[in-house]
Design a binder for this molecule. Structure first.
Ligand code: KIV
Length: 276
């Protein structure tokens, strides 16, 4: 009996597609952060972050690549497993890396199934609008919730000719709106809006019934997402839309320099940190 009570209580507090949809209806903003391992997943989950994204941004901030293109499905699956072990409440969304959904809808469903079955993800995210609406529909039909991603889509870096703000001018604006409407119609439960003007973020948010999650898309989105390394100040450089909420890079560097100093001067380990 107590097991049943505990299990249902846990389920009640879990962030779900339904609870996020309700947050949009009630105009209550929610939060998403990227996470790539157990430790940070636990910290963010306990802090109350609603959604953790195992982003293909791991290509940049974990693996040190210039783009997200080299990230593999196996790597996202591996990191998703770590993140899953750290969460009790947050929804975990696994990013579908470049090459894991573009070849065919069948391939995309297979990749999404791997992220849910082997990684344990609650949902998947994929980049693209009108062009991948059919693929989104196929994944949703396989009972896997899909978070879409339109505007500046980093996997299209070669096509875009760099990381450029999208949705400027009449054609650009029309394209972002069409993409957002297409992914909603295809069954996505939410959509990331990246790198678009604030007023376009507002218009898309007003026109959709699913939550919009902004990154460089202004304050009117239903939710916000940041890459954890940007939030915590772990990167050398951050884009202008990023607000740094911590300075962990400088703190880590200071800790390492103090440690080196104490070791070379035989101050560490002292008596308090030695066995008698
Ligand atoms: O991979 C990622 O971290 C993302 C976010 C920037 C939305 O896609």
């Amino acid at each position: 009996m107590s097991t049943v009570t505990t299990a249902s209580a846990t389920r009640e507090h879990r962030v779900t597609v339904r609870s996020l949809t309700a947050r949009k209806r009630k105009a209550e903003p929610f939060t998403m952060l990227t996470a790539y391992d157990f430790t940070f997943a636990r910290i963010f989950d306990e802090a109350g972050v609603d959604v953790l994204l195992v982003g293909d941004s791991m290509g940049n901030v974990v693996q040190g690549h210039d783009t997200t293109l080299p990230v593999t499905l196996e790597e996202v699956t591996y990191h998703t497993r770590m993140v899953m072990r750290g969460v009790r409440r947050a929804m975990v969304v696994a990013d579908m890396p470049f090459g894991s959904f573009q070849v065919s809808p069948e391939d995309a469903v297979r990749s999404a199934v791997q992220l849910v079955k082997d990684g344990g993800a609650h949902a998947v995210k994929l980049e693209g609008g009108v062009a991948i609406a059919d693929t989104i529909q196929r994944i949703v039909t396989a009972q896997i919730p899909v978070m879409a991603h339109v505007g500046l889509t980093p996997q299209s870096v070669n096509q875009m000719g760099g990381y450029r703000v999208q949705g400027r001018g009449d054609d650009g604006r029309h394209q972002v709106i069409e993409d957002a409407l297409a992914v909603e119609a295809a069954g996505a439960f939410s959509v990331v809006l990246e790198g678009i003007p604030e007023d376009l973020g507002r218009e898309v948010t007003e026109r959709l019934s699913i939550p919009t999650i902004g990154i460089g898309a202004g304050v009117h989105c239903d939710a916000q997402v940041l890459v954890m390394h940007d939030l915590l100040g772990l990167n050398d450089w951050t884009p202008s839309f990023v607000k740094q909420y911590g300075n962990l890079g400088a703190q880590a560097s200071k800790a390492a320099r103090t440690y080196i100093d104490e070791v070379v001067n035989r101050k560490f380990p002292d008596e308090d940190h030695s066995y008698s």
